[in-house]
Design a protein around this ligand. Structure first.
Ligand code: MN
Length: 710
């Protein structure tokens, strides 16, 4: 294989720099659009726009501070935290600046392997155009834009890098690509532990290729051996040592004869160390999907499975699928044809199939997979554009005219391919996770709360709360299965007494469970453990005793409830997790909650939409054909001194529903008695807290914080 000459090297470098700049600068459009908007900024910098990012941010913050608390869930040793911390050490920018710009910068690195692949297949221009498209194609942009601080920034870069080294390995048979491939696999797995499915798909493809077409070539089996060693179920450092050793062995002609033994050892070790286990468990996960989780303890409690609330992926419209991969349906169809042609002409590109295949899974298994098909489709369309332009050029007898026509086709074709994606970037105005005023509240909470204190909130807010307030939480973006969501849901949607007592129990039991797990004792679900500890056999009986004078565990720390306004709209979803009878798994109650901020007011009716209408004269709520009497009508507002005020009008003592008008939010609520007395409605909506159980800490219209007095 010939090495590129000096001129080509400069050209490659210029293409990489140009494509990288293109990718990065387009990501600044969002920054420009919101440059004057202070609501998205904190500490003089934009905040991030993905919830999970606050998880890595917490880890990096604690690495920087050099401290964290036992069992606080901070990911100190996870790759994104470590990389962020390393960048903080090197770069002169603030923490907030680094995490905000990191995805745009690191995500743009995808142009490097794209251009290198193009160069290697003797189609540098194709690689360049493909790099431009891949770097800004809809789904790739969405998940590597500024502020999208999550593992996504490298989850596509790594497999494209792997594609590059595998193509070179097969083309050149040079030993260095054995090592490079193995190192990429280790780095990819370190960054993104779920990477095994793609690694395994690449492995399978090379295995099939080697067995069918190139059986005599030892190099292919050396490559497979190295991949297996890199993919074993052992710590990164151990695998690093092993692949370095095996590489050195493969480099010695003398030891070549042991290659088959090494392959055998790698297969045995791969299975023995559980290398196949994650793939197997994923396959099982697809086959058995349960709606109800049953806890593995003496009581076999039943919990609501979180899978049920996540919208089932289902079939997505073809146009959306195509637009997310290529920006436009036409581009997508042409790019698939182009990829076919590319594989026909440049056989090594068949190695793109795992990425394309995973991307196509999106059509059945959820939009988030489309991102994987982006780089392969980009190669497809870029290749087709250049090949067809060369073909058209050859139709002209006059060479100069032919050249002009060719350039015209390439330029207009490129613009047409990129244009829909650029339009998408301009239109894609995603907000930050929190607003400045919400973060201000969490910062105030940080000054009040101790790092060992717990904050009770729905799991959506877990990571950001931990990041901004540096406290502990019961549930978060990674810990939200039915059994842990149950108590939090129960606290938020039951009365204050039950909420405060269960909060104390749940927090102390959670800490106790960590300790027991550390001492290798068996740990059962908290709710089951509490039931047994209170000498009951039925968890429902235990939950009922919360309203009696039970002895609570001794208090080791404070507990706060964080109740944001934004939780209002998801209250029905939250309630689902505790509307279940944990003993039988059946739905136990269905509290009524209806929210509307788009309504039509007339002299006799108030139409709240979705068939919910208040008959003013009759004092009833009409739900379709049903008429339900209103008990009371409550109005909340802020007066001129910004003081919270409320007014309650009793309409019918026998009424079943109550109406609440939250003037400051221009929102109407219709709730039944159970919902009305839920801690969220009482504490957040009405500020009607029972001083025996709660103490107000922060009362802001955006979010309210209460301390548990138990
Ligand atoms: Mn902490």
């Amino acid at each position: 294989m010939t090495q590129p000459n000096q001129h080509t090297r400069y050209k490659i470098l210029a293409y990489i720099v140009g494509a990288f700049a293109f990718s990065f600068v387009l990501r600044l459009i969002w920054v420009y659009q919101y440059s004057d908007y202070e609501g998205f900024k904190f500490a003089g910098q934009f905040m991030i726009n993905t919830n999970d990012g606050y998880y890595w941010a917490e880890g990096a913050r604690d690495l920087w501070a050099g401290l964290h608390q036992l069992h606080d869930g901070s990911p100190l040793y996870e790759a994104p935290s470590v990389l962020t911390y390393a960048l903080m050490k090197i770069l002169p920018f603030s923490f907030e600046t680094i995490i905000f710009y990191m995805p745009a910068f690191i995500g743009s690195l995808i142009v490097i392997p794209m251009i290198l692949i193009g160069q290697n297949l003797k189609m540098l221009d194709v690689g360049f155009l493909a790099a431009l498209l891949a770097s800004i194609a809809v789904s790739y942009y969405n998940r590597t834009m500024v502020g999208y601080y999550d593992t996504d920034m490298l989850t596509i870069v790594f497999p494209v890098l792997l594609l590059w080294s595998l193509i070179l390995a097969l083309r050149t048979k040079e030993e260095k690509y054995l090592l490079i491939t193995a190192l990429e696999i280790i780095a990819y797995r370190w960054w993104y532990p779920q990477s095994y499915s793609l690694e395994f798909a690449f492995f399978g493809l090379i295995l099939v290729y080697a067995l069918l077409f190139d059986r005599k070539n030892r190099f292919n089996f050396e490559l497979l051996t190295m991949m297996l060693f890199a993919m074993m179920g052992l710590p990164s450092m151990v695998r690093l040592g092993i692949v370095a050793l095996v590489y050195l062995i493969f480099k010695q002609e003398l030891y070549k004869k042991y290659m088959w033994y090494l392959l055998g050892v790698s297969i045995v070790l791969f299975f023995a160390t559980g290398g196949f286990a994650p793939i197997w468990s994923q396959l099982k996960g697809y086959v058995f999907k349960d709606a109800i989780e049953v806890s593995k303890d003496a009581l076999s409690l039943h919990f609501f499975s979180v899978n049920q609330t996540i919208r089932e992926a289902g079939q997505i419209p073809f146009s959306i699928f195509a637009e997310r991969i290529s920006g436009h349906t036409v581009t997508f169809i042409v790019s698939v044809l182009g990829y076919g042609l590319l594989v026909w002409k440049k056989k090594e590109m068949f190695l793109g199939l795992p990425l394309l295949g995973l991307g196509f899974l999106a059509f059945f298994g959820g939009l988030r997979f489309t991102i994987y098909a982006v780089p392969i489709c980009a190669f497809g369309i870029a290749y087709l554009l250049f090949t067809s332009s060369v073909y058209i050029q050859s139709l002209f007898i006059n060479q100069n005219i032919g050249k002009v026509v060719k350039s015209g086709i390439v330029i207009f074709g490129s613009l047409a391919i990129l244009y829909p994606n650029i339009l998408h970037i301009i239109d894609y105005r995603v907000p930050t996770v929190f607003t400045k005023s919400e973060v201000d509240i969490l910062q105030r909470l940080k000054r009040v709360a101790d790092r060992e204190d717990y904050v009770v909130a729905w799991w959506d807010y877990g990571y950001p709360i931990r990041y901004y307030s540096d406290v502990k939480t019961l549930i978060d973006g990674g810990k939200h299965s039915g059994d842990v969501n149950f108590p939090v849901s129960y606290m938020l949607t039951n009365n204050e007494e039950k909420a405060a007592k269960l909060a104390r129990l749940e927090v102390e039991y959670t800490e106790q469970a960590y300790k027991r797990a550390e001492e290798n004792q068996s740990v059962m679900n908290n709710t089951a453990q509490m039931t047994i500890d209170y000498q009951l056999k039925d968890a429902n009986d235990f939950l009922d005793t919360l309203e009696t004078n039970i002895t609570l565990p001794s208090k080791t720390r404070e507990i706060y409830f964080y109740l944001p306004f934004r939780m209002l709209s998801i209250l029905p979803t939250i309630a689902q997790f505790s509307n279940i009878d944990v003993m039988s798994g059946k739905t136990s109650r269905q509290p009524f909650f209806f929210q509307s901020s788009r309504f039509k007011d007339s002299a006799t009716t108030l139409d709240l939409g979705q068939g919910v209408v208040l008959e003013k004269n009759k004092g009833v709520i009409r739900l379709g054909t049903q008429e339900i009497p209103i008990k009371s009508f409550i109005t909340t507002a802020y007066n001129q001194e910004k003081k919270f005020i409320k007014e309650e009008k009793l309409i019918n003592p026998q009424g079943l529903f109550s109406m609440i008008y939250m003037q400051a939010y221009n929102t109407f609520l219709v709730v039944d008695e159970a919902m009305l007395h839920s801690s969220y409605i009482q504490l957040f909506v009405l500020e009607n807290y029972d001083k025996r159980f709660f103490e107000a800490v922060i009362l802001d219209p955006n979010a309210k914080v209460y301390k548990v007095k138990m």
